[in-house]
Design a protein. Sequence first.
Length: 377
Amino acid sequence: MILANAKVCDDNFCLIDADIEVDGDVISEISPKMSGKTDRLDLSGCIILPGLIDLHIHGCAGGDTCDGTEQALRTMSSYLASQGVTSFCPTTMTVSNASLMKILKNVRDFMDSDAPGARAVGVHMEGPYISPSKSGVQKSDHVHSPDWPEFKDIVRAFPGLIKIVDIAPETSGAMAFIEQAKKLCVVSMSHSAADYDTAMLSFEKGITHVTHLFNAMNGIHHRSPGAAGAVLDNDSVMAEMICDGVHLHPAVIRIAFRMLGEDRTILVSDSMRAAGLPDGSYELGGQWIQVRDGRTYFENGQIAGSTTNLFQEAKNLLRYGIPWRQVIKSATINPAKQLGMDTRTGSVTPGKLADLLILDQHMEIHSVYIQGKKWHE
């Protein structure tokens, strides 16, 4: 199959005039005006981008990772594909160990199935190793300090499934945990009351990721730079941000994107099951969240996850003045690199999976291809 006459986002994340040949599930060739080929699809006026990758998403369209059911993940997979997302990490909340094991088994089984939508590529484990004082809407019942024997048993039960584990580095045993866990997956600072020095030490120990930068962590003060300041003052960690226009002010986004540079920013939705649905009352991690005008509200008006998706956030970023290359890289190759899957997806490159998002002349979604197959709802 030839995708012809489009503007293609190449592996340097520049737009070029080219045709793309897809052979089975991979991109086999990219070159100008392929001739002598049959099965051509004319995409004049369109832009071909890499499929989007969301490495932090709890739920959408009524389904949630913590439902622990195949149907919930199929619902999420289908909705995400319709929004240009081709790979995602189902993300857990703080739950009991027994519930977590059930949830992880469900994700593993789903990954082994032939679901046609967005591909689940591993789990982002957001709890329970977080700070009680920064737990947000995570239920405190099962929050506890990092437990290396417990986590090692989880990884042994589900080899390769956990892609990211979140911890608060100021908690008891955290530094030793980081040194061990970094050998098995990405370790992320999350829901933390760490100060600047503690955060910087945790980066030295092996934390390479930061969950929803600025949210659920100590912010920047000119005499106390906090965990957020440590992230901006360090060049070894990648930082995910929720860019829905609610969690972060556009000026803060511009500052962070400028300081971090185009290779260390990651766009995430951190969406809950209300994403894609009307306002109302929705469950998240065993607690009830109100959604009004697309914004989530918990106790005392506290924000609780989002109702957005990566495609909408990317359009937000362009409107905020973030450079095109950085916007696209933040939703594609950067998360792919962090998950260790950038040799297979994350850019429009021969030999990689044909995970493609095609936009029309109005910058709206024209079609989505996942492993070379056109997505149909």
